[in-house]
Design a protein around this ligand. Structure first.
Ligand SMILES: *[C@@H]1O[C@H](CO)[C@@H](O)[C@H](O)[C@H]1NC(C)=O
Ligand SMILES: *[C@@H]1O[C@H](CO)[C@@H](O)[C@H](O)[C@H]1NC(C)=O
Length: 548
């Protein structure tokens, strides 16, 4: 007690002698920021608008620039963020045409890219230019796919941030990180020499060859609009890459100073469970939730394997019900099986399963509130395609996953989640009943508790990281006020920018050092050789003298 009062006295004494000052920042005037996304739907848009909302609440003038089909996604952010539409979607190519689940660089994919650019570039470029010019724009935050957004910003000398959910850019790559031309694990750690060689020296050239015509179309439209050619994903592009991911889902590695992992950003609100579904969740103890995102549907054979496996796991009582998000359109598929027979010889009529008349525990829903289902303590497993948002939502709620990846970033996501011990993965082309049933049961029973303990740390990581929108908003403000010469994000520019490669890698001095070492040894060996020859000569002369 005595000690405390002495400390107080000293404290008071000090403050009365030297009064404290609080560091104060300058007043930063609000700025106009445009966030844009025109393809990819809610998973490209929701997280960036969450960041936009933080910026709007700090007083900035934030708007969401998009096309008519995406206007609905902006509604939840009114009045903080205004939505500006550039008009209808004017191409017959849809976002989903840019992905081929069997070959990511198929001719249909590259043709779709070319058609899309040819159809929409000019209209969008002019729209962005008009919006940027007439609103005193300080920053453009563009979706990785929104080429005209970058180009308009580039032409008008406006600083840019690229938003993306996967690590596609050059400055996220280390030599052991596999690129998007290979659909598979994100690192080469477990790949054989042969696989690595194939990926780099066969697969990559094929990819570059197939995408060459796309690059030509980009060059052409840029030339028409007077935009200089540049790659926003490039290492020295002066564009910050803001990625909705985190160490834990990304293979840890050094990345460039223009890279910011700000995720996983979780929405501030989600739809809640309708009353009937809430009752269902409350009255079942081990529910499996199945959903493959808005873009992907398992083919008939995959559907059969998944459904049969789930029914067998249900018969074994590993689960006591499931909710399968399955659209009405997918149910019309003519080749869907009429009956499913499990190994117990039990027969299930698929139509009766769809309409819920066969067994009320087994539910097929045309729409389901995904986050709310995962958020319920009785949801014990999520069977998913492995899209980034689905994984984030599952991890946030601590639900282990069985991943059935199709394409894009999904196989890499599946691999990392399995490595992290919170998921198992399926090979969709293997059509393996035994494997699928076994994996469902393994996760649900979790015999030695490994999924549970791994998930506890993963869930903590994801929940803590989900505050990343605050960090992202800080990073954006930092760009707003510290750029030089209008758009130069000078303080992040890599030291190596503009340095010759030999100097960057120190290979010039290394080569010089090697040359010195080589010269040194040449001299030493030459001298040694001379000495030996001399000694030999003396020895031989000596012998000759002796014998003479
Ligand atoms: C805010 O942005 C809109 C466009 O999104 C623009 O029309 C308006 O002039 C901006 N307001 C200010 C104060 O800069
Ligand atoms: C400012 O930016 C313009 C356009 O990018 C460039 O031509 C110019 O050299 C820059 N000036 C300085 C001082 O860096």
């Amino acid at each position: 007690m005595k000690f405390v009062s002495i400390a107080c006295c000293v404290g008071l004494l000090c403050t009365s002698v030297l009064s404290a000052i609080t560091p104060m920042m300058n007043d930063f005037a609000p700025k106009t920021i445009h966030i844009s996304s025109t393809g990819g739907g809610i998973s490209h848009i929701a997280w960036t608008l969450e960041i936009g909302k933080v910026l709007a609440q700090r007083g900035h003038n934030v708007s969401f620039v998009t096309t008519d089909p995406n206007v609905k996604f902006g509604a939840a952010f009114l009045p903080d963020i205004k939505t500006i539409s550039m008009g209808p979607h004017i191409s017959k190519v849809e976002f989903r045409d840019l992905f081929d689940v069997n070959d990511p660089v198929s001719l249909s994919v590259t043709t779709a890219y070319r058609t899309l650019i040819a159809d929409v570039y000019k209209r969008d470029f002019n729209a962005y230019t008009h919006i940027f010019e007439t609103s005193n724009t300080a920053l453009a935050i563009c979706d990785q796919m929104a080429l005209p957004c970058f180009d308009a910003a580039k032409k008008l000398n406006i600083p840019m941030i690229l938003h993306i959910t996967m690590s596609l850019s050059e400055d996220t790559r280390a030599p052991f990180i596999t690129s998007f031309h290979t659909v598979g694990p994100p690192t080469t750690r477990d790949l054989s020499f042969k696989q690595r060689f194939y990926n780099r020296y066969i697969r990559l050239p094929i990819f570059l060859y197939r995408f060459y015509p796309v690059g030509q179309v980009v060059k052409k439209v840029r030339k028409e609009m007077g935009v200089e050619d540049f790659d926003p994903l490039g290492r020295h592009s002066n564009v910050i890459k803001m990625i909705n991911s985190f160490w834990g889902m990304e293979s840890p590695r050094p990345v460039g100073p223009f890279v910011e992992y700000v995720g996983p950003i979780i929405s501030s609100t989600y739809d809640s469970l309708p009353a009937t579904m809430e009752h269902y969740m409350n009255t079942h103890a081990r529910v499996v939730y199945i959903a493959f995102g808005q873009m992907y549907t398992p083919n008939v054979q995959e559907f059969k394997v998944l459904l049969t496996s789930l029914l067998e796991a249900y018969e074994s009582k590993a689960l006591d019900g499931f909710i399968w998000s399955f659209s009405h359109k997918s149910r019309q598929e003519p080749d869907l099986p009429i009956y499913i027979q499990t190994r117990s010889k039990k027969i299930y009529n698929v139509k009766d399963l769809f309409d819920g008349s066969l067994d009320p525990n087994l539910r097929f829903e045309a729409w389901s509130p995904q986050f709310a289902i995962l958020n319920h303590p009785h949801c014990k497993l999520f069977i998913s395609h492995g899209g980034a948002s689905s994984i984030h939502e599952s991890l946030f709620n601590g639900v282990p996953l069985l991943l059935h990846p199709f394409t894009s970033d999904q196989p890499a996501n599946a691999y990392t989640m399995k490595e992290a011990g919170v998921a198992l993965t399926l090979d969709r082309k293997a059509y393996d009943f035994d494997d699928t049933v076994e994996k469902i049961i393994t996760i649900l029973t979790d015999k030695d508790g490994t999924f549970k303990s791994n998930m506890a740390s993963m869930q903590a990581l994801v929940q803590l990281k989900s505050r990343g929108k605050i960090h992202a908003a800080d990073m954006i403000e930092e760009v707003l006020y510290s750029v030089r010469n209008k758009s130069d994000i000078w303080y992040r520019r890599e030291e190596s920018d503009g340095m010759p490669l030999l100097k960057v890698t120190n290979w010039d001095i290394n080569l010089a050092a090697l040359a010195c070492i080589a010269a040194f040894f040449t001299i030493v060996f030459k001298a040694l050789f001379k000495t030996i020859s001399l000694l030999k000569f003396l020895f031989v002369s000596h012998q000759k003298l002796k014998t003479a």
